[in-house]
Design a protein. Structure first.
Length: 317
């Protein structure tokens, strides 16, 4: 086998990944507690990262032959990009192939939060649902309301497209204005504060970076309408969870619907679990059969291209 690849995964990678890599490479399995893999570091040509294992400069420096880091997923906040760049190591990720699935889950959470889908499901199964009452569990209207998207990248763009089908007014906040989206979708750029104050729904779709970490804190949550729904399909770290907990405990939001948390998973006794105005799902943004397959193909393609010194199919740096 021409190349040695360190596969960094705490769980078993999606089914086609290892067979695809093993067709052309020798796989060394990383392990958090067992250091056997460390003996192989001098021979490692590529790193394949699955499910957000941290990759820092020390690890990179222990691999003199390292040619590429390939990440399964678009978000690479767990990889020290500056360190990789300084060392001239390309980092591959999987943009585009997961935009639709992640936009779908953003909308699923938005609808579920607005219309009490999870709370309603629990109630309908429980002992108290013995007669239909038209005045209970009233939610928030979705159609013709205002959606604020923080992070109008590829995923945010797809969220905005879905909002058109619901006749929503769409505001957005982003590092840069997106003239194309403004022209094509009629979305309107506003400051973050304006977006929070004016939106009935706030969807977080930005990457986690130094700039966005903790972006939604106590002050920002206080700007939101009490009837609003906050959806996080980005990374847990963009929200201050203590501030979110207090906001929800005080009933200052209709609901929060979270695909991601910080830490992830939350400790099993976390106080957010005691609230019924929060929905938490286990990081399912891109979790469909079709998208997982596309992410596998792209990430293994990036790995193999990098090993051969070719341009990656998609690289973040
Ligand atoms: C992503 O693509 O970043 C998803 O969160 C899965 O890692």
């Amino acid at each position: 086998m021409a190349y040695n690849v360190l596969v960094m995964a705490e769980v078993e990678p999606y089914r086609t990944i290892l067979p695809m890599i093993e067709e052309q490479c020798r796989v060394v399995r990383w392990h958090p507690d067992d250091d056997a893999w460390r003996a192989e570091l001098g021979d490692i040509d590529g790193i394949y990262v699955y499910a957000h294992i941290k990759v820092g400069p020390e690890l990179m420096d222990s691999m003199p032959k390292l040619k590429v880091i390939s990440n399964f997923g678009v978000g690479v906040d767990h990889v020290d990009l500056a360190a990789a760049q300084q060392r001239g190591i390309p980092v591959g990720n999987t943009p585009n192939v997961l935009d639709g699935a992640t936009a779908d889950i953003t909308f699923a959470l938005l609808l579920a939060g607005a219309r009490n889908i999870v709370k309603g499901d629990h109630f309908a199964r429980g002992p108290n649902f013995v007669e239909y009452d038209p005045s209970f569990m009233l939610g928030q209207e979705v159609h013709h309301q205002t959606l604020g998207i923080v992070g109008l990248g590829n995923i945010g763009y797809q969220v905005a497209r879905r909002a058109q089908g619901f006749d929503m007014t769409v505001l957005y906040h982003n590092r840069n204005r997106n003239a194309q989206a403004e022209a094509e979708l009629g979305v309107r750029y506003v400051s973050l504060d304006e977006l929070l104050a004016q939106s009935d729904f706030v969807a977080l779709n930005m990457p986690l970076t130094d700039e966005t970490r903790g972006m939604i804190g106590r002050r920002e949550l206080a700007l939101m309408k009490e009837s609003a729904v906050l959806v996080n399909a980005a990374r847990g770290g963009v929200i201050d969870h203590e501030a979110l907990l207090q906001t929800l405990q005080a009933g200052k939001l209709h609901a929060a619907a979270l695909d991601v948390t910080e830490p992830e998973p939350l400790p099993r006794d976390h106080p957010l679990f005691a609230l019924d105005n929060v929905i938490i799902i286990p990081h399912l943004g891109s979790a469909t059969e079709q998208t997982r397959q596309a992410m596998s193909d792209r990430s293994v393609g990036n790995l193999l291209a990098g090993l051969e010194g070719k341009e990656l199919l998609s690289r973040i740096i």
